[in-house]
Design a protein around this ligand. Sequence first.
Ligand code: ARG
Ligand code: ZN
Length: 872
Amino acid sequence: EKIYLKDYKGPAFSVDSVHLDFNLNEDFCRVRAKSAIKQLTAGSALHLNGVDLKLIAVKINGQELQPTEYQVTAEELIIPSVPASFTLEIETQLEPQNNTSLEGLYKSSGIFCTQCEAQGFRKITYFFDRPDVMTSYSVTIEADKKKYPVLLSNGDRIKTEDLGNGRHKAYWSDPHKKPCYLFALVAGDLGVIRDTFTTTSGRKVNLEVYASHGKQDRCWHAMDSLKKAMTWDQDVYGLEYDLNDYMIVAIDDFNAGAMENKGLNIFNSRLVLADSSSATDTDFHSIESVVAHEYFHNWTGNRVTVANWFQLSLKEGLTVFRDQEFSADMTERAVQRIEDVDALRAGQFAEDAGPNAHPVRPESCMAVDNFFTMTIYEKGSELIRMMQTIVGRKGFRKGMDEYFRRHDGQAVTTEDFAAAISEPNGKDFSQFKRWYNQSGTPVVSVLEKFDAAAGEYHLTLEQSCPPTPNQPTKEPFHVPLMMGLLDKNGKELALNCEHITQNTDGKHLIELKDHKKTFVFKGIKERPVLSILREFSAPVNLHWEASEDDLYFLMEKDTDSFNRREMAQKMGLRVLSNLIAKARKGEALQVDEKYINALSAVIRDPNIDPSFKAKMLQLPSYAVLAQVEPVLDAEAFHKARVTVRKTIAKMNKAALLETYRQFHGVEPKSRDTKVFGHRQLKNQALSYLAELQDPEILEIVNKQYWDAQNMTDRMTALTILADSQSEYREKALQHFHDEWKNDSVVINKWFTAQASATSRPDVLKDVMALTQHPTFNLQNPNNVYSLLRAFSANIVRFNDPKLNVYEAYADKILEVDAKNPQVAARLCSAFNFVQKLDPVMKDKALTQIKRMVAAPNLSKNSRELLQSALTT
Ligand code: ARG
Ligand code: ZN
């Protein structure tokens, strides 16, 4: 049932070209595929992938085959004997209108669309559904002219014919060879906005963003983002677009965020549609970064693709890295880095510590679609970032140029990428490559010694990595640690140590390669303060028993702003852990005064940039607590966190109100990064104040809801009210519902606000009632994610020991799984924390996991993820 990287063999056939002809109807779709095929290995039987297809006819060189000349299994069409070179024609019939898996060809709100990555093409026709078979495509699409006026596919628009009988036919041709996972088709009645972009070398590209009629006005931010991304990729990497058209289509029912199909990106509509009354600042930011991500794939993914799906991080890790860097350039680098690291820690570190931990380049799997993980994407991106840190930006650009020089037009591996970066820079990445093969988050322990007499500072670093599934022991990693030493005034000391390197960006690095090593810094007169893992230069957990004084000092004075905020988090964790231990023993909770004073000083400091201040004031998330605490005790977590937030609010009520008033209502429609930051800070001030449950504050919240001139303010208020017992709660929720119930994108916020409430005891009841609500559709992935997945991310309520949450949730997973395995599998990650639960809760969770695994028709996607929770 499993597939293994070690079994990978290159293709036995090559395809010179393929022509696909689609005839779209209400009750069926007929597909004719005509391919020119050559044997690469003489005498090979032809094995083509195909799933859920009705085969009508097979022809070789124009001759129809008899049923005795081929075999059809559940997953393949096998023709034992074929000529050395031949034309293959295959006719299949599909029912897109009944395809609830949302892979292959399906219908969403009356629009035909496709999702072929990873293995959806095999639901369209029998083909070599593997990324290392690249060919050129021509496509014809015939459909009813009235119902489907827009007919799109990849590449160049050749022509459209009116067939006279109410039907029309479009012709497309893609000059670039591609694997079939990049094929796309869209047919429907869509609105469009248009613009153009002229590349450095003078190509004028037509840009089009399609969405359902009436939503065009919400497409302009995506259009602007696309143009920014095109400019950035030219400026930073010298990469230009290579076709005359670039199209983006927004679709309501979409499993993932978006898909980089050549020349025809298909997007989840939540990542396209935005205006200030319907989208939050965070939505605008996500759209900009995902539009850029898909655009960047044109080079890192499409022109250079993956040899097999085990190499997925080759394109995803690299492209996430590129979109993070783009976002850093578009907004504020330090804040962007903080957000990216927060997401990595909350999601990927948990994955790496759980039953489904896997290497960035996995060795085996059951369902290829389960590879679309935070490890492949976000940890993969950290690996690329470490490479850039080691060789410097200039060196990295040199390596990227070399990568495209060597591999343009090819399907390659992570090894090929590492070689292209390291070789032109004269670097040895042989040890570095362990990052691709070993799973788990490494730990780096720090020990310091100051020898005043000798004027020496000794820094001992020791690395280890906890055991993960199938990997009981690990070899040492090559860990780049950006660092500095500060004197008592916060000034950087000169680093006199033979092992410190400086990269081409002038950053000081320790490259830790040994299991344990001591670094000696000479000429140090006074005990210095260490700042290490600056910018989070490696995805590791740092074990460092720094003194409180040093942490507070760094929080205030470090020249690396990432670390200033990191030290605030570190202190926050110490305080919370302490309170959690007390809460578990039933003792009274008293928050450490020094900590409150330090945060109060941040609140009052007028010199800290507002968006950075908002980050400084954030407490460590529940997801982080769940990782660092030995036991996931939801009640204790909640008590501790609320106590700290309340204390901060109480001690700073006036200052927080002042912050709120300073920025509230200022340029409510602006989309400037600075204004985003102001709004973020004042809304954070409001949510701290709301902890006081003071009628005067709730009135301000309620007023903000009703007066809001943008979605950020409205959602902040609604989220606070949804988590309160306030008299204002029902009216606001009702109003939001009535306002947006027919808007498939915005209504999701209403689900999430209710599913994320931590203080209300009734969240389970609310969520289950919402699954029966007329606006909720279990077949729409966004609905499922924004209600059920948001609920599972609500660690406090999801792990309520007094209720049978896991059972209700498991019922929903089974219900979704029967329709859409990919979406169901994403819900399964809710059980990643089972090993952290106390025995009673763990038993409850395992009972449900066993029940799901025993369900007769459970998909292999869900089975793979749940089974591992039982075996580890
Ligand atoms: N390649 C797409 C992207 O990251 C994601 C496709 C997700 N596919 C899936 N089967 N989950 O840009
Ligand atoms: Zn991607």
